[in-house]
Design a protein around this ligand. Structure first.
Ligand code: HEM
Ligand code: HEM
Length: 139
């Protein structure tokens, strides 16, 4: 179940960029309303662009993970509970990301945004737990 180090670090790097650009956007979006300077508006837009780019790479990595990791783990029954939660959280992120792009309704967008943000912060934390549990089991 161990991943090739280059693949594993690509996953960590993509998630780190998503987390930093997502958290940075939250700060810039807040500052933009408090300050009259244009700089926060521009920063927020650039961060969201970087976030979208990293999200595309992440989708590729998640797809590549299915045959070498997810299906194998599923067959062996190793780390099934925390792995299933990883899949559920990633799916929620992708579905809400789609919603952020395409569901314009003023009523639902804030909800989708909050779900995306909460799950976005939860995923890296859960990944840490998933790896800890998986490695403990395999030892
Ligand atoms: C989005 C889904 C998932 C992601 C991003 C993910 C990511 C990872 C990563 C990065 C590791 C550390 C690998 C290493 O140390 O080389 C790991 C370990 C592990 N994962 Fe997953 N995983 C996912 C889903 C699953 C599922 C569905 C299962 C099982 C059904 C699973 C089972 C395991 C096991 C058993 C380990 C421990 C491997 C070992 O150190 O021997 N994972 N996972
Ligand atoms: C597979 C993972 C992820 C995907 C596919 C994804 C994708 C997206 C997309 C497409 C958007 C909308 C961009 C736009 O409106 O131009 C977005 C917004 C956002 N994402 Fe993510 N993201 C992911 C993970 C994360 C993570 C880990 C965080 C961590 C905090 C996060 C935080 C945010 C924030 C704060 C926004 C702005 C919300 C808003 O516009 O109201 N995302 N994401």
């Amino acid at each position: 179940m161990r991943l090739k180090p280059s693949f594993r670090f690509s996953i960590y790097a993509a998630l780190a960029v998503l987390l930093l650009t997502g958290a940075g956007w939250l700060v810039a979006d807040r500052q933009k309303d408090l300050s009259s300077s244009e700089i926060w508006q521009q920063t927020a837009a650039s961060l969201l662009m970087a976030h979208g780019g990293a999200a595309m790479v992440t989708l590729l990595l998640l797809g590549a993970l299915i045959p070498v990791h997810v299906l194998r783990g599923w067959r062996n029954g190793n780390n099934l509970v925390s792995g299933s939660a990883m899949i559920a959280l990633s799916t929620l992120l992708v579905v809400t990301a789609f919603g952020l792009y395409y569901l314009g309704s003023e009523a639902v967008r804030p909800w989708i945004s909050w779900i995306h943000i909460i799950v976005g912060f939860a995923l890296p934390a859960w990944l840490g737990l998933h790896i800890f549990l998986g490695r403990r089991r395999s030892r």
